[in-house]
Design a protein. Structure first.
Length: 443
């Protein structure tokens, strides 16, 4: 029996993907026009807390600001729409998707009615709602909203406006996530071209487009194409932002990821370390981006078999995310998954199992049962049971992925074979399950 390789974040540390300008991606706040002194103070407070990743503390302040606006301006005022959007941003950032969705929808409806369907603020609302759906794995719901947002911006702002580049970029990200690389690449390239023409070749947003294009190349195994693009992005950020800016840390991290995935460990490690140092200094030791750097460096050590070096980094990454995002945030599931995989690689199955199960539970609750990350968690847990010789338990999970059309053949086939050998299932059933796994497999 050969061990099954785990699936998911730790096996392949992902690039930091730049979705666009903050305001376009609902990661920024706007102060409404009709502000009072109290609302201005509230806005400044919750914006600062959000920038620090302290979303749970920011939410009550944004709720208070919304209440003030609704009372003073009425429920359908455009400034109420802005306040609704700001609160939805915080819910989204805290993975409270069910709370964010009706606020985004109400904000969109107010803006469409009061500003008209082609106003830039309507396009932003469409974009925000699409991002929410994308984060939930609801790609079919997200795509038409992204397309409508893009069309609206092209009509109202012109085809060369930077906001059009942002919309092209976000739609390309959606396609990339789905593996629709041929659809994504021309959008990334058009977005990059617009930014170079409108903002100049050395603008930070050009660097962000370069990072995304490099991520696309890396996903296709086009590492030779990705490396010079990432190096140009790093040069731009160092020149425009400075060597110690968080954006420079992002580019360093992305280049480290590329080198790690090429097994160029000696090249990757100093970049991971420099990225971590910048983030700790500029953002503070407990920021979620620090957790990302820790996770990446730990993943590098894991690939080298340096488990003793990796474990404390995974644990610190997990602790930061639990503290800053809450124990049930999807970003907590990733370090749980990675730490579990570390234990599995060491044969510490009893330590790995509860972490895999908790990661699965978080993803099912926050993302829904059909999200790709849930499929990854199920496959990882099935692979663990396989390595333990618990074929009956592994078979139950594999059959769930087959029914959900999310089976990983690299996991399903070995489990089905061993289950048949152990007479847990018969030959005919095993053949049927294998055929369905192949027919509907994700890999």
């Amino acid at each position: 029996m050969r061990p099954i390789k785990r699936i998911g974040n730790g096996a392949h540390i992902a690039f930091v993907v730049f979705l666009g300008l903050a305001a376009t991606l609902c990661l920024d706040f706007r102060l409404a026009h009709s502000q009072t002194d109290e609302v201005k103070v509230l806005y400044e407070q919750y914006s600062k807390l959000s920038a620090q990743g302290r979303y749970s503390e920011a939410i009550p302040l944004a709720q208070r600001a919304l209440t003030i606006y609704e009372k003073s301006l009425g429920p359908d005022h455009p400034d109420v729409a802005t306040s609704l959007n700001n609160l939805a941003v915080l819910y989204y950032s805290h993975s409270r998707y069910a709370d964010a969705e009706p606020l985004y929808k109400r904000s969109l409806a107010i803006r469409e009615k009061s500003l008209g369907p082609n106003h830039p603020d309507v396009a932003s609302s469409l974009n925000n709602l699409a991002l929410l759906y994308k984060s939930q794995g609801r790609y079919a719901d997200a795509e038409p909203l992204y397309k409508r947002s893009l069309a609206s911006r092209e009509r109202s702002l012109g085809p060369e406006h930077p906001d059009v580049a942002n919309s092209l970029n976000t739609l390309a990200v959606l396609y990339s996530i789905q593996g629709r690389y041929a659809d994504a690449e021309p959008l990334y390239k058009r977005s990059l071209a617009i930014r170079e023409r409108s903002l100049g070749p050395d603008h930070p947003d050009v660097a962000n487009s370069l990072d995304n294009l490099a991520a696309l190349y890396e996903s296709q195994g086009r590492n030779v194409d990705a490396e010079p693009v990432l190096k140009r992005s790093l040069t731009i950020h160092e020149k425009t932002r400075g060597p110690d800016h968080p954006d420079t840390a992002n580019s360093l991290y992305n280049l480290a990821v590329l080198y790690k995935n090429q097994s160029r460990y000696a090249d990757a490690e100093p970049l991971y370390r420099r990225s971590l140092a910048i983030r700790e200094k500029s953002l503070g030791p407990d920021h979620p981006d620090v957790a990302t750097s820790l996770n990446g460096l730990a993943g590098l050590y894991t690939s080298q078999g340096r488990y003793a070096d990796a474990e404390p980094l995974f644990k610190r990454s997990l602790a930061i995310r639990e503290k800053s995002l809450g124990p049930d945030h999807p970003d907590v599931a990733s370090p749980l998954n990675n730490l579990a995989a570390l234990y599995k690689n060491q044969g510490r199955y009893a330590d790995a199992e509860p972490l895999y199960k908790r990661s699965l539970a978080i993803r099912e609750k926050s993302l829904g049962p059909d999200h790709p990350d849930v499929a990854n968690s199920l496959s990882n847990l099935a692979a663990l049971h396989y390595d333990q010789g618990r074929y009956a338990d592994a078979l139950i999970i594999v059959r769930r992925t087959i029914i959900g059309r999310t089976a990983r053949t690299s996991v399903a086939f070995p489990v089905l074979l061993e289950a048949q050998r152990a007479k847990i299932t018969n030959e005919q059933q095993s053949f049927t399950d294998s055929y369905k796994a192949l027919q509907f497999s994700l890999s």
